[in-house]
Design a protein around this ligand. Structure first.
Ligand SMILES: Cc1cc2nc3c(=O)[nH]c(=O)nc-3n(C[C@H](O)[C@H](O)[C@H](O)COP(=O)(O)OP(=O)(O)OC[C@H]3O[C@@H](n4cnc5c(N)ncnc54)[C@H](O)[C@@H]3O)c2cc1C
Length: 441
């Protein structure tokens, strides 16, 4: 019998989920991990990312949190404001997050999180990266997955693995092929939303006292308005102020086959937020012409399964989410850690056992991730309410948040934060693996 640690693990995608998965398997002692990535390098978009305590906990277990934390901002509070007036609707104190959950809630640059994971991977001799190499086709799902990959300048070739873990993101080729193989179709959901991602330089902001105050505080600010909002926070040692928006998807709506990002027009962006306050206008006006990038925000209906044979999906490939809870990358990295925990507990390395173990991973993760996906969508709808009774009720709840501890912006709501931040996915796997495994036929 082969030692499960000798199993050949193929990971598709070197995004947050793929890097986290490769590192988690290496740290568990797996010896053969191959990562296939279409891009020629990590190539992360210039944007910030929020790293909640639940992912910090996993990153610490993987031995990379200290380096990532050094470059991050420790968030001390959230401020939800009316976009048109800059009037604060709610202020949530987050200075006790570390004390409550053992880890801080941080903001950072995406390249810092990805770089930290990548450096961790490079320290592990078991991990081999194949950049500029795309998965084209899955030829077999079991007993051994066989995949066809193609390097940018070469001919397609086949690779045999024992486990294929697909972290190939929202446009996952693996997901489409797996579902087609199972005779079902993936159902994309139209979120009706798009996002601008913006990074402003401190040197451009510091002449304006109001902007300087924003970049110098340890607060995440969200300005909300009908059908749109902006969330912003400092990154890179407060040298950069990161803004991420959500607005009606007018530019992509007509072009269903378009790529999911596009160079946007600055005047269109300014128009989207024309009824926001003057300070927001001044910030948006700092974006250089030609550097406006817009993203289509997409989601999928829950999949019937994440696992087929010895192939499993993770991250955005199986639970893409609107970004309104700031949990997408965190969930992808958590998935990888849970997968490694489950596979390391496989009683033997038979393909049937491996498939069962992958199913345990799905059962451990499915309800939690889909609950957060639904909550992110719900929170977006609440934040984007226009005039009317529902909005009056929401604003009453904002006004009362000090009394009942709940905030209509679910990302900032202490009760929801508790549900997300206290989640220890690896401990959950350790405690529940045996019971779930035994319950599978
Ligand atoms: C505006 C916005 C703001 C966000 N903010 C946050 C936040 O603050 N915090 C947070 O946790 N999350 C956030 N997210 C969500 C987060 O970015 C995603 O959920 C996360 O990046 C998903 O990781 P992944 O590894 O599953 O997919 P990806 O990061 O998309 O990685 C997929 C990788 O697979 C590669 N690939 C694809 N197809 C193939 C193939 N056929 N062969 C080989 N390689 C392939 C791609 O090149 C890519 O590198 C945000 C998202 C958006 C849109």
């Amino acid at each position: 019998m082969t030692d499960p640690k000798d199993l050949r693990i193929a990971v598709i995608g070197a995004g947050m989920g793929g890097l986290g998965t490769a590192l988690a398997f290496a740290r568990k002692g797996f010896k053969h991990i191959d990562v296939f990535e279409t891009a020629s390098n990590l190539g992360f978009v210039g944007a910030g990312i929020q790293m909640p305590p639940n992912v910090a906990r996993v990153l610490d277990r993987l031995g990379v949190w200290d380096d990532i934390a050094k470059e991050s901002t420790d968030v001390k509070g959230a401020s939800i404001r009316e976009g048109s007036t800059d009037v604060e609707l709610a202020q949530v104190d987050m200075s006790d997050v570390t004390q409550k959950y053992g880890y801080p809630h941080c903001t950072g640059h995406r390249s810092s999180l990805a770089g930290g994971l990548f450096n961790g991977c490079k320290r592990e001799g078991a991990i081999r990266f194949h950049f500029s190499t795309a998965l084209i086709k899955i030829d077999s799902y079991e007993p051994q997955p066989i995949l066809t990959v193609k390097s940018r300048d070469g001919e397609p070739y086949q690779v045999e693995a024992d486990i294929l873990l697909a972290a190939d993101g929202i446009k996952s080729v693996t997901r489409s092929q797996m579902l087609a193989q199972l005779g079902t179709k993936e159902e994309e959901e139209d979120t009706g939303q798009a996002a601008y991602r913006i990074m402003l330089k401190r040197s451009d902001m510091e002449k304006d006292p109001e902007m300087l105050k924003l970049i110098d505080c340890d607060t995440v600010v969200r300005w909300i308005g009908p059908r749109r909002h902006i969330i912003a926070y400092p990154v890179s040692d407060k040298q950069i102020y990161n803004l991420s928006t959500a607005q009606p998807d007018d530019n992509f709506a007509a072009a269903t086959n378009a790529t999911y990002t596009t160079k946007g027009s600055k005047s269109a962006m300014l128009k989207v937020f024309e009824d926001f306050c003057p300070m927001v206008h001044r910030m948006l006006d700092l974006v250089p012409d030609g550097e406006v990038c817009e993203w289509k925000l997409r989601a999928h209906k829950p999949l019937m399964t994440w696992v087929h044979g010895c192939v499993a999906l993770l991250g955005d490939a199986c639970h893409p989410t609107l970004p309104h809870l700031s949990q997408g990358a965190a969930m992808a990295i958590e998935d990888g850690a849970v997968l490694a925990e489950c596979v390391s507990r496989a009683p033997n390395s038979d393909p049937a056992t491996i498939s069962k173990v992958l199913k345990v991973y799905e059962l451990l993760r499915r309800d939690h991730t889909y609950a957060l996906v639904n909550l992110a969508a719900f929170s977006g709808r609440t934040l984007h309410l226009g005039e009317g009774k529902a909005r009056e009720e929401r604003d009453r709840e904002f006004a009362e948040h000090r009394n009942n501890g709940s905030v209509p912006d679910k990302w900032a709501s202490p009760d929801v934060q508790k549900m997300m931040y206290a989640n220890d996915c690896v401990k959950d796997a350790e405690e529940n693996f045996d019971k779930i495994y035994a319950g599978l036929s």
